[in-house]
Every structure is written in C-alpha cells, then in structure tokens.
Design a protein around this ligand. Structure first.
Ligand code: NAD
Ligand code: UDP
Length: 314
C-alpha cells in the first residue's frame, strides 16, 4: 500500500517542491492550500499524476481527509515579510488555528507530523550563529510579531501534541531559502534584487546593508526536510546554509552575476529587521547526516535564469 502524505501550503514555493520530492519518492500526495500566497502554476504539472490530489481549503478550518494518512507536513503560512505584513491576521490564524487543525489530523490518523518552522523563532538574535537551544529575542508587539509569535505558538502546540497526545512530531527551523517558484514580487531580498538587476533598475538595500543572512538553495532545503521527516528527531532542527553574507555584499553579488548596470540605493530598514542570521547546523549534520551541497553562486545562477524567463513572459 502507498504511503500518503498531506502537504498543507503545497501550492507555495517550498510546499510545491516538497510535493515534487514526495511524488518522485513514490508517495501519494494530498496538497491542501487556499492559494492565499501560493499559485496553481506551482503544482499544475502534477495534475495528471494519479498520485497527486489538490484540495483548495483554508486549513484554519477543520481538515477532512477520508483516506489513511501517514505524514502531515504543515507548510501553510505566508512567509515573506511583505506577505505577512499584508495578511497579519491570516498569518496568526494559520500558525495557531491551522497548526491545531493539522495536528488534529495527524493525531486522528496516527500520522507523523512535521512543522515548517523558521529562523524567525530566534528573532533579532543575541547569539551567533543560532543553535536550536537558543530561545530567541522576539518583539511580540512589533509588525513581525504576527509571524514570529505564530510560529513560536506553533512549535509549542507541536510539542504539546507530542508530549500529551503522543503524536510523532518533527520541527524544521528553516532559514532563508531561495530558488525557482519564488514570486518575483514577494518583497524578499533575493527576488527583489534579481528582478531589479535584470531590469537595470536601482537595487534597494534596506538600512546600510550590514545586516547578514545565510541563503539556502531549495533542493538542499527539501533534502533536509525529507531526511528530517524520516528521522526520529522530535526536537527542533535547523535546516539552512551557514554561508553568511551581508545584504550589501549580496546585492553586489547579484549585480555581478546578472551583468547588470544597476546601482545600489539605500532605503529605510524595516522595524525589528534581524541584524545577523546564520544557522548552526551541527545537529542536522549529526542527526540527519545532512548538509547543503549547492553553493550560493551555483544556486543564484539557476534562480537568475528562472527569473529571466519569468520577466520575459510577464
Ligand atoms: P509561500 O507563501 O510560497 O507558501 C505558503 C503557502 O501556504 C501558500 O501556497 C499559501 O497559499 C498557503 N496558505 C497560507 N495560509 C493558508 C491557509 N490558511 N490554508 C491553506 N493554505 C494556506 O511560502 P514558502 O516560502 O513556501 O513558505 C512555506 C513554509 O515554510 C511557511 O510555513 C514558512 O513559514 C516556512 N518558511 C519558509 C522560509 C523561506 O525562506 N521560504 C523560511 C522559513 C520558514
Ligand atoms: N532587504 C533589502 N532590500 C529589499 C528587500 C529586503 O535590503 O528589497 C533586506 C531586509 O531588510 C533583510 C534582508 O534583506 O535585512 C532579507 O530580507 P528578506 O525579506 O529576504 O527576508 P528576512 O530574512 O528579513 O525574513
């Protein structure tokens, strides 16, 4: 009998790549998404596959799946700062009520549950690089609080279902990930810089650009998620690429790789924008035998070509 995985948020950037991976590995996949920030184009290549089902549904409401379910992979949530500032209440609801419903489904079906959590758990971190045992520095009432606190609640709820209901759970703390199927205009630095550079427009660096991020290519990330879901690790695991860069240097790198004439312009830094971010992935290396393989330059070249085509067909 086939193994059945439910992917919430499966029409989004990461969720759709996860659906592809699971289909490739022989799973039956039930993708549940309300298309708030996702796109049908991300999954329409799977529509003719008999192992793939799409259900348009808001997972903050009761989730009904008639068949058996072996895995519930909870990826539904706006993820870019622009998206969660545009949908603050939906973000809080999907992180809290949506996680509750997805955990309820896992409990009912005796399925393994995996939460797509985030490095935003660490907020504007006072510890560097970030290890899983760091509790974070989060402003609950700032604009980013709608995302950060929803994910912190989601982690607490996941651990409660594990401890009190015996649900088999996994928590992936995902750091900045990029690659094809990101939306050009989702406001994140990477699609913004690439589309600005490809159009020879000013590249907008927020603040003085000294803040750092560590970017992971999507195939590496999905590989890590897949290994985590098959592992026995119920405590959080960082999944990301530790190769850290300042945002200003990153903007220069994008301009170089696109052979662009763009200039950098400096704009106001958003409130509570984390100053530093780098995953400590020693746990993932030890427990999952996982580490990223794709260098930033390699991943960027693939992503630039994807965005170039998107801009032409726009
Ligand atoms: P995305 O916006 O592309 O995908 C999220 C998907 O969830 C979308 O398809 C959206 O329509 C869907 N969704 C939102 N609310 C829903 C609801 N109530 N019911 C059903 N579907 C709903 O974002 P992404 O980058 O693919 O992120 C996916 C997950 O990974 C999120 O949980 C995010 O917090 C987490 N994450 C992503 C990153 C990253 O760098 N991309 C980093 C850390 C964590
Ligand atoms: N950023 C920027 N210019 C942009 C968009 C973002 O300089 O046009 C900065 C942002 O302020 C942050 C970093 O780039 O310091 C990464 O932002 P992103 O939105 O990609 O993700 P975050 O890691 O902040 O969630």
């Amino acid at each position: 009998m086939s193994t059945i995985a439910v992917v919430t948020g499966g029409a989004g950037f990461l969720g759709s790549h996860l659906c592809d991976k699971l289909i490739e590995k022989g799973f039956k996949v039930i993708c549940i998404d309300n298309l708030l920030t996702g796109r049908i184009e991300n999954i329409e290549h799977l529509f003719l596959n008999e192992n793939f089902t799409f259900i348009k549904h808001d997972v903050t409401n009761f989730i009904h799946v008639p068949s058996k379910v072996d895995y519930v992979l909870h990826f539904a949530s706006p993820a870019s700062p622009l998206d969660y500032l545009q949908y603050p209440i939906q973000t809080l609801k999907v992180g809290s009520l949506g996680t509750h419903k997805a955990l309820g489904l896992a409990k009912e079906k005796k399925a393994i549950f995996l939460l797509a959590s985030t490095s935003e758990i660490y907020g504007d971190p006072l510890v560097h690089p970030q290890k899983e045992d760091y509790w974070g520095n989060v402003n609950p009432v700032g604009p980013r609080g709608v995302y950060d606190e929803a994910k912190r609640f989601a982690e607490a709820m996941t651990m409660a279902y594990h401890r009190y209901h015996g649900v088999e759970t996994r928590i992936a703390r995902i750091f900045n990930t990029y690659g094809p199927r990101m939306r050009l205009n989702d406001g994140r630095a990477l699609p913004a810089f690439i589309s600005q550079a490809l159009k020879n427009e000013d590249v907008t660096v927020f603040g003085d650009g000294s803040q750092t991020r560590s970017f992971c290519y999507v195939s590496d990330l999905i590989d890590g998620i897949y290994k985590l879901m098959l592992s026995n690790e119920c405590e959080p695991v960082n999944i990301g690429n530790p190769d850290e860069i300042t945002i200003e240097d990153f903007a220069k790198e994008v301009i170089r790789l696109t052979n662009s004439k763009s200039k950098i312009v400096y704009k106001e830094l958003p409130i509570d924008d984390p100053k530093i971010r780098q995953p400590d992935i020693s746990k993932a290396k030890e427990v999952l035998n996982w580490e990223p393989k794709i260098s930033r330059e390699e991943g960027l070249k693939i992503t630039i070509e994807y965005f170039r085509k998107m801009l032409i067909t726009d």
